[in-house]
Design a protein around this ligand. Structure first.
Ligand code: DOR
Ligand code: ZN
Length: 343
């Protein structure tokens, strides 16, 4: 096969940042994607309906000329979040999900949740109105090994929340383990999981063997090879509960290459090329459209995009790093030559 036409894809987990970085990274998403769930972990975070309206307006103002792109906004759940504000933001069609960061789990998560009982009223309201909770699924306890934090979160936090809040729609975001794949497969259709591009490609050796490679460091951190294989099987296996959320998370090279560098891989420019490669390797090119363009809208209750994109078997061209007013941002390097490009 040398040509593949798909409905235009959506990205169900994206970091666009703000200001100069937003201007620089947004065109790389809008080239291919029609919609994206926009992460709220700005400084300060996007907490209220008013914050989300203002951020949406800044994204729309930064859109390249002629771009056809809809940002699907989220609110950052804090222990002080007001259930009425959440419900109003959803009723207005502004907000499509609420984001749960355990406090301290990742970039700009200091305002996240410490005591899950405090957010119970919000979760109950969300279950009542059908609003999705997007979950960064890692515990933050210092005594839990970083490679175990996702599996422990499922058992200690996620499963108890779901049992206590029947009907709550949950997306387990950027899953990185076989444990998460198995948990997701065993649940009803109120649960789904996103998978990033980079977690389909790298395991922890890519970060650590033969030298430390900060551009492969993200959270949740990539795990052992068995976990990567489980993610590939989930993404390419046709189960509609799994769909694409790139977690494309730009940081300047200066911030990645510090003694304590930032977590995040910037995959917006080459995600579709990498995914075509991965799905072809798994002889599953016929399932790529489900993963990128159908399963996500179905879970969120939105129609799939009517426009199409075509992938050709031609090496893609994109820069290895992009310039921003804050400094260069390195594009994720899959480590193998890419063969598919989007025309
Ligand atoms: O690698 C990551 N980067 N994981 C996250 O959860 C946050 C993100 C970011 O905002 O940089
Ligand atoms: Zn993220």
């Amino acid at each position: 096969m040398s040509e593949l036409t798909l409905r235009r894809p959506d990205d169900w987990h994206l970091h666009l940042r703000d200001g100069a970085m937003l201007e620089a990274v947004l065109p790389w998403t809008t080239r291919h994607f029609a919609r994206a769930i926009i992460m709220p972990n700005l400084v300060p975070p996007v907490v209220t309906k008013l914050d989300a309206e203002a951020y949406r307006d800044r994204i729309v103002a930064a859109l390249p000329d002629g771009a056809d792109f809809t940002p699907l906004m989220t609110l950052y759940l804090t222990e002080d979040t007001d259930p009425d504000d959440v419900a109003a933001a959803y009723a207005a069609g502004l907000v499509r999900a609420i984001k749960l960061y355990p406090a301290g789990a990742t970039t700009n998560s200091a305002s996240g949740v410490r005591n899950f009982d405090k957010v119970r009223p919000v979760l109950e309201r969300m279950a009542g109105i059908g609003l999705t909770l997007c979950v960064h699924g890692e515990v933050t306890d210092h005594d839990i090994d970083i490679f175990d934090r996702e599996a422990v979160f499922i058992e200690r936090v996620l499963d108890p929340i779901r049992r206590a809040t029947p009907g709550l729609r949950v997306v387990m975001e950027h899953i990185t383990t076989k444990d998460a794949v198995e948990y997701a497969r065993a649940q009803d259709d109120t649960l789904a999981a996103t998978i990033t591009t980079h977690h389909l490609v790298i395991n922890r050796n890519h970060i650590l063997a033969g030298g430390i490679r900060p551009h492969y460091y993200c959270l949740p951190v990539a795990k052992r090879e068995i976990h990567r294989l489980a993610l590939r099987a989930a993404a390419t296996g046709g189960d509609a509960r799994f769909f694409l959320g790139t977690d494309s998370a730009p940081h300047t090279d200066a911030n990645k290459l510090l003694p304590c560098g930032c977590a995040g891989c910037f995959t917006a420019p080459n995600t579709m090329s990498i995914l075509a490669h991965v799905f072809e390797d798994e002889t599953a090119l016929d399932r790529l459209e489900g993963f990128t363009s159908l399963n996500g809208p179905a879970f969120y209750g939105l129609p799939p995009n009517e426009d199409r994109i075509t992938l050709h078997k031609t090496p893609p061209s994109y820069p290895s790093r992009i310039d921003t007013a804050d400094g260069p941002v390195t594009v994720f390097d899959p480590g193998f030559p890419l063969q598919w490009s989007v025309s």
